[in-house]
Design a protein around this ligand. Structure first.
Ligand SMILES: [Zn+2]
Length: 486
């Protein structure tokens, strides 16, 4: 039944990724960091497309887009050509978007490539560089807002668009694909995927016998799964309309809403952007970018398996988030003895906590050295596992440092000879207190306090008490004449 369902559904994704580490926009020198700026203050004639302004390509954006293409195993074009994608829409100040096109002589940055999931290969159709339109701000949701506001600060920010073949068959696969892609982008260091809108996704869904429906504006990974599930059920119940359709994901109400009958590509009227010459991608540039690539998730997963002897599944989950894999490796550095135990705690307890609270691993407040200290304390039998896990979850929520607290609690001196040394010293320096303790039990506590003080609070109080008590018994048993002379 399930297999039949998978056969019936085809999902393709178009992912838009902001190159958030760039300093400037794709074709002008306005800041690429438009977050939290006063609306419409981060704009210039170029990104607004005013007459007489000329775009100049940001070469660092080309390098970062190339890094993505190489990481995905795509075939890089020898030259890329920018096209104007003409359409009238309020978020496009110049009525066209500078993008790329893979037909009619157009050449995107790269074609092909793939992302490998556990049991599936998802093919990439093309990877292209384009500018982002502005942002339309609705009050409440798109379907209830009485008006739309437009903030052009984002207009012209560099985007890499990654388009897949319709190889996905379930909403869950789509989410796994996006997780893998996000991890790759994070490892490349080109996108802070946690920034609002930094990673956006449109999905094309068709159920066998129906027409393709595009769902736009899916903002989070959780929503991808929800939007796709909703849409598949809707199409199965009602059927897709005759003709392609574009729908909008309303994340407030959790439904897709019809926007318009889908434009055919002809409606867009693509033609070459005459203000930008074709960009030649040299072999040298490709090699330069290739040589600078960091370790990517697949390679890291294989290394984690070898280096720490982790099962495949465990290493796979850890590398699904760069922050999670980083947390694991930093923790192991602090306490290298039990990597597998640490990995299991991270996946079952810490990731569980993050998921329950809808948090991203990069926002985890728990520090690796605190986590490592707790695992060590459990391994050494100083605290039990349940206490350890409670401590970790508390620190994950509050960010409090547990290492110090734990240190004073766990690094008790248990060596009797060492404690006896402190007792000797206290007995020698406090003859009167010792004499009192022989007759007054409460004075014993005073002596214990002195030993604790002398040991910097680290002597184990139970052992200290028993040493002091047996020493006092010895004192009491001594004939008084011996006490006086010796
Ligand atoms: Zn500008």
């Amino acid at each position: 039944m399930k297999e039949q369902e998978e056969l019936d559904v085809k999902i393709g994704l178009e992912v838009h990724c902001h190159l958030t580490n760039l300093k400037t926009k794709l074709f002008c020198r306005c800041s690429a960091d438009y977050y939290n700026k006063e609306p419409n203050t981060n704009i210039c004639p170029v990104c607004m497309g005013l007459p007489g302004s000329l775009p100049v390509l940001n070469e660092e954006a080309v390098k970062q887009a190339l890094a993505i293409a190489i990481a995905l195993g795509a075939k890089i074009s020898e030259k890329m050509i920018f096209y104007r994608k003409n359409y009238f829409y309020p978020d496009l100040p110049k009525n066209f978007q500078i993008s790329q096109y893979d037909k009619a002589g157009g050449q995107p940055l790269a074609v092909g490539g793939q992302i490998r999931l556990q049991d599936k290969v998802v093919r990439i159709r093309r990877i292209q560089l384009e500018e982002d339109p502005a942002k339309i701000v609705y009050e409440g949701s798109i379907s209830t807002s009485p008006y739309a506001l437009i903030d052009y600060n984002r207009s012209g920010v560099a985007l890499v668009e990654i388009v897949t073949e319709p190889d996905l068959t379930t909403p869950r696969q789509a989410r796994l694909f996006l997780q893998k892609l996000r991890s790759i982008l994070e490892h490349l260091g080109v996108c802070d995927c946690n920034l609002e809108g930094a990673l956006r996704c449109d999905a094309n869904i068709s159920v066998r016998g129906g027409y393709r429906v595009e769902v736009k504006n899916i903002g989070s990974f959780k929503d991808v799964e929800k939007a796709l599930s909703f849409e598949i059920t809707r199409q199965k119940m009602l059927g897709a309309k005759k003709g392609m359709e574009t729908r909008h994901w309303d994340d407030v109400r959790g439904v897709t809403v019809s926007l318009r009958v889908k434009e055919e590509e002809m409606d867009y009227r693509y033609f070459p952007e005459a203000d930008l010459p074709p960009y030649i991608i040299t072999k040298e540039l490709i090699e330069e970018v290739r040589a600078s690539l960091p370790e990517l998730p697949d390679a890291r997963r294989e290394r984690l398996i070898k280096q720490y002897n982790l099962p495949l599944q465990t290493a796979d989950i850890l590398t699904s988030h760069k922050a999670l894999a980083d947390f694991f490796e930093s923790s192991v550095k602090e306490y290298p003895k039990s990597p597998l135990k640490m990995a299991n705690w991270i996946i079952s307890d810490i990731l569980g906590y993050l998921n329950r609270n809808d948090l991203d691993p990069s926002s985890l407040k728990l520090k690796p050295k605190d986590f490592a200290a707790v695992v060590k304390a459990v391994e050494e039998g100083v605290i039990n596992e349940q206490t350890g896990k409670t401590l970790i979850l508390k620190a994950a929520a509050t960010g409090e440092s547990i290492e110090e607290k734990l240190f004073s609690a766990v690094s008790k001196i248990k060596d009797e000879a060492v404690i006896a040394g402190f007792v000797d010293k206290v007995f020698k320096e406090n003859e009167k207190a010792v004499k009192d303790a022989l007759t007054n039990e409460r004075a014993v506590n005073y002596l214990i306090g002195l030993v604790m003080k002398a040991s910097g609070g680290k002597a184990d109080p139970h052992i200290t008490r028993s040493i002091i008590v047996s020493r006092l018994k010895g004192e009491a048993a001594k004939p008084s004449y011996l006490k006086e002379t010796g």
